[in-house]
Ligand binder design. Structure first.
Ligand code: FPP
Length: 267
């Protein structure tokens, strides 16, 4: 009871420190540490992933309340296939189970859900629920949740390069027309503005093949907290830290790390 009171007090103290007009409009998250969290407690790794889903739900709610418009989370990387097949199967089943259970509420909350990555190796049942969830929510306007699955930044860049080469060979694009904007339009994230902030939990100081192109100028916040222990307070800390940064984008003059209110952050 006492600790709940303290944390409510800390929540509102931190919430008051946030400049609500400068909340990043797009936050990317590497949700790391599920396995270690469970092992530390002597539990199977799957318990960490289950707890991780609850944390994600909380962070979506908090982000929405803060008027952050887009969250992009790394749920399964192209490298995660190397895990034991029991864990891979567990994660695939978890994605399907969570989507089935939550999609009605996600839609009621006017959240647009989008999966980013190569879905082809996933089982038919998962692909089907992903497809129907994206179709159901495609016109929702309140918030966008991008879930990266079987996603790899290098693979995404190679795919974009290949598509541009094909168009160029077909005479649709001249090499002189290839610029950042055109390249960007071939990425899986086309139509979505780059994240202003990347949060990585569990203390690892790596990008791990996540959004390699899109994170070029993002602020990076790393916390030792493991994803299953991440919460509203830790999220507020990340935003307060972000708001203290001096964003110069390679120049010498500070630009306000202000998010543009009227920008459309999702397609
Ligand atoms: C990283 O922790 C976490 C993952 C590979 C899976 C993340 C997935 C979720 C939180 C579930 C999301 C659910 C939906 C429906 C989007 P780790 O296992 O690498 O932890 P470790 O580094 O401690 O081993």
């Amino acid at each position: 009871m006492r600790s709940q009171k303290i944390s409510t007090k800390e929540n509102s103290k931190l919430s008051n420190e946030i400049d609500k007009l400068r909340v990043p409009k797009h936050i990317a998250i590497i949700m790391d540490g599920n396995g270690r969290w469970a092992s530390k407690k002597g539990l199977p790794r799957s318990f960490g992933h289950n707890k991780g889903v609850n944390v994600l739900k909380e962070i979506i709610k908090v982000s929405k309340n803060l008027d952050c418009q887009v969250l992009t989370v790394y749920a399964f990387s192209t490298e995660n296939w190397t895990r034991p097949s029991t864990e891979v199967d567990f994660l695939i089943n978890l994605f399907e189970k969570v989507l089935k259970k939550e999609i009605t509420e996600i839609h009621q909350e006017s959240i647009k859900i989008k999966f980013i990555g190569d879905l082809s190796p996933f089982p038919k049942a998962l692909k089907s629920i992903i497809n129907s969830s994206e179709t159901l929510t495609k016109n929702n306007k309140n918030f966008t949740l991008n879930i990266c699955v079987n996603y790899g930044g290098r693979q995404e860049i190679v795919k974009a390069a290949r598509e541009i080469a094909i168009k160029s060979l077909a005479g649709e694009i001249k090499p002189s027309e290839i610029d950042e904007q055109l390249f960007n339009s071939q990425l899986l994230t086309h139509g979505i503005k780059d994240p202003e902030l990347l949060i990585r939990t569990s203390g690892e100081k790596r990008i791990s093949n996540f959004l390699l192109w899109q994170l070029a100028y993002s602020e990076i916040y790393i916390t030792d907290v493991l994803w299953p222990d991440f919460n509203e307070i830790e999220f507020f800390k990340a935003i307060i830290d972000y708001q203290s940064r001096d964003r110069r984008f390679g120049g010498i003059q500070s630009l306000p790390n202000k998010s543009c209110k009227d920008s459309n952050y999702s397609s």
